[in-house]
Write a new protein. Structure first.
Length: 359
């Protein structure tokens, strides 16, 4: 019977996140994109950090009250992933076939989506932002459950690197939702449509695959990782976070307050009189320095587990390499179409795509 509940658990958790997102107080903010056919900015109601906080509190209460073991999601991780997979497929097919084709190729429509923006409950829920919220909250619950399983299994002999990796993933989720408004200005929200990539990706891939460094190591004993490696993992992780968050924040500040400094960085730009591009600070180091930051964060998490000599934890940063290097090509194509000669000038000034002085 518990196996059946394992399959159903993602439906219950995702439904609960929907209700919390709809019912908890939120703040209305203007986004980056405009409504089709007007100059009016899209408005979003954001309360992701509150949803995350309450979801984690419910998890703790369930564990302390012995309603569910702290490691229940780990014990039923395979059933949970399978149940989420079915739900993700149903969601993706439904949300694609509900809208008119935008491409001649059906498979491309299924994967990339048709609808650009979908809102529910009179705008209280934006489906794109809700999908990322679901992925973040379910990932955090998985991470906490996986770490709890390690502690319950090994007790005083537990691997401290597991808890360090847990803290890193928790930081990754929490700061994403803390800066939720900033992500309204990122590629995922203004460029992607809602299809299999975004729907299945957020409901399945994000909450389950992103936990693969812990998934593959929490059942293993402490490898006695040297403290210098743990310190290096922290340094790499937060160096990556500084690049990713710094770049996104600089761009956000420039779009919202074009004459203001971000930290100590006064905006340096090039313009054709109509469009303007940032060319200094984080965006003067490489054209996608934030992508390098994401890869470094994933690398730090793997190193923290202590099992960096095995293959499976490395699937996480490898995924980022494959995703972001290919996204860079698409982003360059979009920017070339949007900015024309201005983008060519920017490429001359900042020749490095992602990794400074290398590529």
């Amino acid at each position: 019977m518990s196996n059946i509940w394992g399959y159903i658990a993602p439906v219950i958790v995702i439904s609960a996140i929907f209700l919390l997102n709809a019912l908890l107080p939120g703040r209305w903010v203007d986004g980056y994109i405009t409504r089709p056919g007007s100059n009016e900015k899209m408005r979003y109601r954001l309360n992701g950090l509150s949803v995350l906080t309450l979801a984690v509190m419910i998890w703790f209460i369930a564990g302390y009250s012995e309603t569910l073991p702290f490691d229940w999601l780990y014990l039923h991780r395979w059933e949970g992933a399978a149940g989420a997979c079915v739900l993700g497929l149903i969601f993706s097919l439904t949300v694609v076939f509900k809208y008119k084709p935008v491409r001649k190729n059906l498979l491309a429509d299924l994967f990339l989506g048709r609808a650009e923006n979908i809102s529910l409950l009179n705008g209280r829920i934006d489906v794109k932002m809700w999908l990322y919220l679901v992925g973040a909250v379910l990932l955090e619950l998985n991470v906490l459950s996986f770490a709890a399983h390690h502690q319950l299994t090994y007790g005083s002999d537990a691997n401290p690197g597991i808890f360090l990796a847990t803290l890193m993933l928790t930081w990754f989720v929490s700061e994403y939702l803390f800066f939720e408004e900033v992500h309204l200005y990122t590629y995922d929200i203004f460029a992607e449509r809602v299809g299999f990539k975004l729907g299945w990706g957020c409901l399945v891939f994000y909450p389950y695959f992103y936990a693969v460094p812990l998934w593959s190591s929490v059942a293993l004993p402490d490898p006695q990782t040297p403290q210098i490696i743990l310190a290096l993992a922290v340094l790499i992780f937060f160096s990556g976070w500084s690049l990713a968050r710094g770049a996104n924040m600089q761009k956000y500040f420039f779009k919202r307050f074009p004459d203001r400094k971000f930290l100590w960085i006064a905006p340096g730009t090039i313009t054709d009189g109509n469009k303007t591009l940032l060319i200094n600070g984080f965006w003067g180091v490489s054209r996608h320095i934030n992508y390098l930051g994401e890869i470094l964060m994933a690398t730090g998490i793997v190193l923290a587990t202590g099992y960096h000599n095995t293959f499976w934890p490395w699937l996480y940063p490898l995924y980022y390499v494959l995703l972001l290097f290919t996204r860079q090509w698409d982003d360059d194509r979009r920017c070339a179409a949007k900015y024309g000669s201005l983008w060519a000038e920017y490429k001359t000034l900042v020749p490095w795509r992602i990794i400074p002085y290398i590529w």
